[in-house]
Design a protein around this ligand. Structure first.
Ligand code: 2P0
Length: 322
């Protein structure tokens, strides 16, 4: 039996499209910040008496598509380890599920680590990152803490994440505005596939990411939060332009998403270096220097309510806790 904890991550340079859906190889590199406040804890135990994997998430039995996805992932672990038993999987999420807060990143990073441990595999962090990738792309990055780069690679061996700065030594902070925590209508998986196949802007996106990765790494080396925020914001909006330019078009924006964006612009107009990013859901994440936290809370709380604002520091990589 092994229990692992993994934190979610928010991409500053986004991943939006696969090149190989079976191996989960992405079209582009990406770069993220692991967050301290959002994580999953997962326990795995293989048991020869089971006739199917028994999965619970937050105490609820998982069936249907969710079960199939986890069983397919466990099949990879079974194949790697030669262990053919089914498993008990118990996962607890400290992330509002499927609301664009990258719950699959922490979920599959924790599952990969717990399942590999329970199956007796001795994997390096790089190998864990490659394994987590098979469950969900963004999970590749959640093996590591702090600022992390996922090299798209050309095959299973070369597509893994690496830390850029695991102990973040400058005061970057992220605040999540929980606009809507209901399950999203278009999954990341089908949304990004549609963008790859139908958006006329997809070739331009590949070039955007090449340029943004370079500029973002320089801004990180310079510990320049306004430049990091600016690049992240532009990159996110260009990713969302892929959703609007797909056929059929779709969007993750809600009315309240636009309200949040307007407030961030107003903060900036008043001289506070706050920037926004958004994932496959309507929630907005604000990037800023923690010294500006109070001013940002003062601006956002009257509109959204303090309870819908979650401040997070950079967080750690995956750990085995039992
Ligand atoms: C990211 N997102 O880089 C991007 C930005 C959401 C927007 O990775 O199909 O759950 O499991 O690989 O990783 C969310 O997509 O999709 C995601 P799969 P995933 O964080």
């Amino acid at each position: 039996m092994t229990t692992a904890r993994a934190h979610t991550n928010i991409a500053l340079v986004k991943y939006w499209g696969k090149r190989d859906r079976q191996l989960m190889l992405p079209q582009t590199d990406s770069l993220s910040l692991t967050l301290n406040e959002f994580y999953a804890t997962t326990k795995v135990e293989f048991d020869p008496s089971l006739t199917a994997d028994q999965i619970t998430i937050d105490g609820q039995a998982v069936s249907g598509k969710g079960q199939a996805k986890i069983t397919a992932f466990l099949d990879i672990v079974r194949q790697l380890s030669g262990k053919n038993d089914f498993a008990y999987v118990q996962s607890t999420n400290h992330v509002p599920m499927a609301a664009g807060l990258a719950s699959s990143a922490s979920a599959f990073a924790a599952l990969a680590t717990a399942a590999a441990g329970a199956a007796g595999l001795q994997l390096s962090r790089r190998e864990l990152s490659r394994l987590a990738r098979r469950g969900s792309g963004s999970a590749t990055r959640s093996i590591y803490g702090g600022l992390v780069e996922w090299h798209r690679g050309t095959d299973d061996l070369s597509s893994f994440a690496e830390p850029i700065m695991e102990q973040v030594d400058f005061p970057i902070e992220m605040l999540a505005i929980l606009v809507n925590t209901k399950k999203k209508k278009v999954s990341s998986r089908s949304g990004m596939q549609s963008s790859v196949e139908t958006s006329p802007y997809y070739p331009a996106w590949r070039q955007v990411v090449v340029d943004d990765m370079k500029a973002m790494k320089k801004a990180i080396a310079d510990r320049d939060i306004p430049t990091i925020g600016h690049i992240a914001e532009e990159n996110a909006m260009r990713m969302h332009a892929l959703t609007l330019s797909s056929d059929p078009a779709y969007t993750y924006f809600d009315a309240e998403t636009l309200t949040a964006i307007r407030l961030v612009h107003e903060l900036r107009d008043s001289g506070i270096n706050a920037y926004y990013t958004m994932d496959a859901g309507p929630n907005v994440k604000v990037i800023y220097d923690r010294h500006d936290r109070q001013a940002i809370l003062d601006k956002l709380s009257p509109v959204f309510g303090r309870e819908r604002l979650v401040v997070s520091q950079p967080g750690p990589g995956v750990t085995i806790i039992d």
